[in-house]
Design a protein around this ligand. Structure first.
Ligand code: PNS
Length: 167
């Protein structure tokens, strides 16, 4: 039987952007199975809870049979091993990402040499896009249409509206 390769695509996804979706789409074309793994408790004050992030990821990636959504905490390499994954998938946008990604890839290799980090480059249109910029633009009243999936934008708007009602 041909070898099946599982890749973990880890991240905070707070919120999920179209850049992330682009990487997931490219990854699921290359690997037999892609597990999108949401890091739990990454920020003290996240926009979305990990459950909400998983729910949105599930809605957006539901069209791909070989993509699963999960949550993890602790060391990424331990989580990858527990899932039988041999690859950590990361998107790399510009040179500025390189240093951080390079450090993580080498640290993960030191921790678990059998796991390989694979970098994919998103479409040019998303090369400037980040979750933190999306949060900032949205919080200041700017449009995030086209930067995040429509379900994410709707959710952001509904969440803001319900927060305002509570104030
Ligand atoms: O999307 P992000 O926030 O840049 O993702 C960062 C992430 C989740 C990949 C990274 O913080 C991580 O792997 N955290 C888990 C803890 C861990 O294994 N740290 C050592 C990695 S060098």
């Amino acid at each position: 039987m041909a070898k099946q390769v599982t890749a973990i695509y880890p991240g905070s996804f707070d919120p999920l952007t179209n850049g992330h979706v682009d990487i997931i789409e490219r990854g699921q074309q290359i690997f037999d199975r892609v597990i999108v793994a949401v890091l739990v408790n990454v920020e003290k004050d996240p926009l979305f809870s990990s459950e909400e992030r998983m729910q949105l990821l599930g809605e957006v990636t539901g069209k791909w049979d070989n993509v699963e959504v999960d949550a993890f905490n602790g060391l990424l390499v331990n989580y990858a091993l527990s899932k039988g994954a041999e690859v950590i998938l990361r998107g790399i946008r510009a040179v500025t990402d390189y240093e951080y990604e390079f450090q993580m890839a080498l640290m993960n290799r030191r921790l678990k040499p059998s796991i390989e980090t694979v970098f994919l480059v998103p479409a040019e249109a998303y090369s400037y896009l980040s979750s933190s910029l999306v949060k900032e633009v949205f919080s200041l009243g700017g449009s995030v249409t086209g930067l995040v999936p429509a379900v994410v934008e709707d959710f952001m708007k509904r969440k803001t509206a319900s927060n305002q009602r509570e104030d």
